[in-house]
Design a protein around this ligand. Structure first.
Ligand code: NAP
Length: 248
């Protein structure tokens, strides 16, 4: 028996990075895994096979997290294919960094839409079946910069801070329906997203991490397993930092 045996999970943006690790750890813990991707079609299809090889039911859907109607279609497809929905992980996210002085309206809108509106889109669609079943765990992948702010990431930090306010509000609204909602705030995690950063910036970040290493995607995935499992049954409305002690 795994920690997630018998549960059906939907994870957005699982073709690579943290989302991919979450999907694999969920499958290893016995969950049935529905997941999405957008541009990385081949990687998405390969993941579906990798998860099925772990012995669980798994299916990937090409779905744009930022589009409201796609979220509703996605949840309907998952309900048809899997017969229920217990856990939603809002992980899909992008960066379009730049100092505010140079940030364009497009950079602002894209990041807010993909990171924050996506969270509204899928959560709104997913709570219908969860309310009916009187059970659910929603996990939003925010960031430590949503708590601290970060120069050069006003759009990203605002989107991640917005996710925290959203998380706490959903926890307050839906606790009485046995639906929990928490956020996970990773610090500096080695993925393609952080691979784009200037090595000098990375060096500075590493200096400030008490555990003296960057995080791995699995470090985040393990926290997401915990929040999806019944081990966290009395935890809701929280922001769990997975940052090696960086932000205290
Ligand atoms: P990543 O390696 O760039 O992966 C991002 C994932 O999101 C990809 O699977 C991508 O799918 C998907 N995605 C992007 N836009 C999408 C859309 N519109 N619809 C559906 N899927 C979409 O990034 P990551 O580092 O794993 O980050 C995952 C999450 O953790 C993000 O929310 C990020 O903000 C957060 N986070 C990361 C770090 C870090 O240090 N890496 C720190 C704090 C928070 P396709 O490639 O198929 O388009």
């Amino acid at each position: 028996m795994g920690l997630l045996t018998g549960k059906i999970a939907l994870i957005t943006g699982a073709s690579k990075g943290i989302g991919r690790s979450i999907a694999i750890q969920y499958a290893k813990q016995g969950a049935q895994v529905a997941f999405t991707y957008l541009s990385s079609v081949e990687k998405g299809q390969a993941l579906e096979k990798e998860l099925s090889d772990l012995g669980v039911k798994a299916k990937g859907y090409r779905s744009d997290a930022s589009v409201f109607t796609e979220a509703e279609n996605l949840v309907n497809s998952v309900l048809t294919d899997f017969g229920g929905l217990d856990i939603v992980v809002n992980n899909a996210g992008i960066t379009k960094d730049g100092l505010l002085m140079r940030m364009t309206e497009e950079q602002w809108d894209q990041v807010i839409t993909v990171n924050l509106k996506s969270c509204f889109n899928l959560t709104k669609a997913a709570i219908k079946p969860m309310m009916k079943a009187k059970v659910g765990s929603i996990i939003n992948i925010t960031s430590v910069v949503g708590i601290s702010g970060n120069a050069g990431q006003a759009n990203y930090a605002a989107s991640k801070a917005g996710m925290i306010g959203f998380t706490k509000s959903v926890a307050l609204e839906l606790g009485s329906r046995n639906i929990r909602c928490n956020a996970v705030a990773p610090g500096f995690i080695e993925t393609e997203m952080t691979g784009e950063l200037d090595p000098k910036v990375v060096e500075e970040w590493l200096k400030g991490i008490p555990l003296k290493r960057a995080g791995a995607a699995d470090d985040v995935a393990d926290a997401v397993v915990f929040l999806g499992s019944d081990m966290s049954r009395y935890i809701s409305g929280q922001v769990l930092q997975v940052d090696g002690g960086m932000l205290t």
